[in-house]
Write a protein that binds this ligand. Structure first.
Ligand code: SF4
Length: 406
């Protein structure tokens, strides 16, 4: 199937490349990392752009480059500093892999690898990122397939099968290899991505403005709306969790999340799943990580017995997992957020240590004043909770007021 579908005749290829290059002179996007031949900058921008929009990435890219201007600076950085600059982008393992890969490059002498195979040896670099670095920074022919080109190639080929399946990927990579020229391959690959991002968009592609319309099988079949085949959506699981801000002499307990957990390496307030509310929603949805969890009014007025049970459960879990025998004093507010396939309702509680601040947890911990929260990298909701506590300090009862009026 691969050869049959991706067979390209020479005339088609010549026409396609010429039309794309002509269009790109005026139709390309103006991005801060565009026309950059520094493989380090290309690498950082490509990792940041995975599953995130260009607009969201721009300020992160500029801040990151200012703090870590080259491979050596990133390799020497503390993981917490890297995560702090990544905070809000999500997918934190990518930030940790960036640092690990920078250290690996320094170990081999600091020269940035210039071939796809060498780059694939580094943590967090897959086939697309390797192709992007090799073609954009070194201007060597290497194929690319990412979200925009996946959609564009699928339509050009009239690929009705799932392009994310193993066979679909084989078809697309084979096609990408045939497309990429030896002359200015970096610019050509950027033109492909720009066309996918600006004209061959997921909904309502602008085919009447498309420079390669005469090369497109989906347009010929009027099948643009059906190609690429829709992703299978995961079932969303709704869960109920609790955050507890444990206070001792004006400082709050935070801990560094261990390897193997969500948000590994980030700092967080003690967080617990409340098992009674876990349920499969049966709904399907996008796999996302929300960048801002909305603050909502407390969703219900649980029966006093239920609240007492929740309090007791959390107090027991805190004693078992962290050490102090605390008293939960107040349910402050509630956040709703989504992580991968989980939709989470998160109750935020305050707790008092009753003078017992002895810790037994194996995780790195700290008692931190709200004014010091900014020094630590937090998960998105961890940062929101930290900001709430800080605001509460500046403007007591703010959240109680918000809660009453929301
Ligand atoms: S003609 Fe339409 S569907 Fe085909 S590549 Fe161009 S924009 Fe995409």
């Amino acid at each position: 199937m691969t050869d049959e579908l991706t067979h390209i005749d020479t005339n088609w290829l010549r026409r396609f490349r010429a039309a794309l290059r002509r269009w790109h002179i005026h139709g390309g996007r103006d991005l801060p990392w565009r026309n950059c031949r520094d493989p380090y900058k290309v690498w950082i921008s490509e990792i940041m752009l995975q599953q995130t929009t260009v607009a969201a990435v721009k300020p992160y890219f500029e801040r990151f480059l200012k703090r870590f201007p080259n491979v050596a600076a990133l390799a020497a950085a503390d993981e917490a500093d890297v995560l702090r600059l990544w905070e809000g982008l999500g997918y934190y393992s990518r930030a940790r892999n960036l640092r690990k890969a920078a250290q690996a490059i320094v170990l081999i002498g600091g020269e940035f690898p210039a071939t796809v195979n060498e780059l694939l040896e580094l943590p967090g670099i897959g086939r697309y990122t390797a192709g992007a670095i090799v073609s954009f920074a070194f201007d060597r022919a290497a194929p690319i397939v990412e979200a925009n080109t996946l959609r564009l190639y699928s339509r050009l080929l009239g690929l009705h099968d799932d392009p994310r399946s193993t066979s679909g990927q084989r078809v697309l990579w084979s096609f990408a290899e045939k497309l990429v020229p030896t002359k200015s391959p970096g610019e050509f690959n950027q033109a492909l991505m720009d066309l996918g991002a600006t004209l061959c968009t997921p909904a309502d592609p602008r085919c009447d403005e498309c420079p390669v319309a005469s090369c497109c099988r989906a347009l010929a079949e009027q099948a643009q709306a059906d190609i690429p085949a829709a992703k299978r959506r995961p079932t969303i699981t709704e869960t109920h969790e609790a955050y507890v801000a444990i206070e001792s002499a004006g400082r709050y307990l935070i801990y560094r999340r261990p390897e193997g957990q969500r948000w590994a390496g980030l700092w967080d307030f003690p967080r617990f799943e409340l098992p009674s509310r876990v349920k499969q929603s049966g709904r399907v949805g996008r796999v996302i990580e929300t960048h801002q969890a909305p603050v909502v009014s407390l969703d219900d007025s649980p029966h006093p017995t239920k609240l007492t049970k929740t309090r007791q459960l959390l107090e027991r879990r805190i004693a078992t997992d962290f050490g102090p025998r605390v008293t939960l004093t107040e349910r402050l507010t509630q956040l709703k957020h989504s992580v991968t396939r989980f939709r989470i309702t998160l109750d935020c509680w305050l707790a008092d240590t009753n003078g017992d601040s002895d810790l037994t947890t194996p995780h790195p911990t700290a008692w931190v004043a709200p004014s010091e929260f900014a020094r630590y990298p937090f998960s998105t909701t961890g940062r929101q909770f930290a900001e709430m506590l800080l605001s509460e300090l500046r403007e007591p009862n703010l959240f109680r007021v918000v809660r009453r009026h929301s």
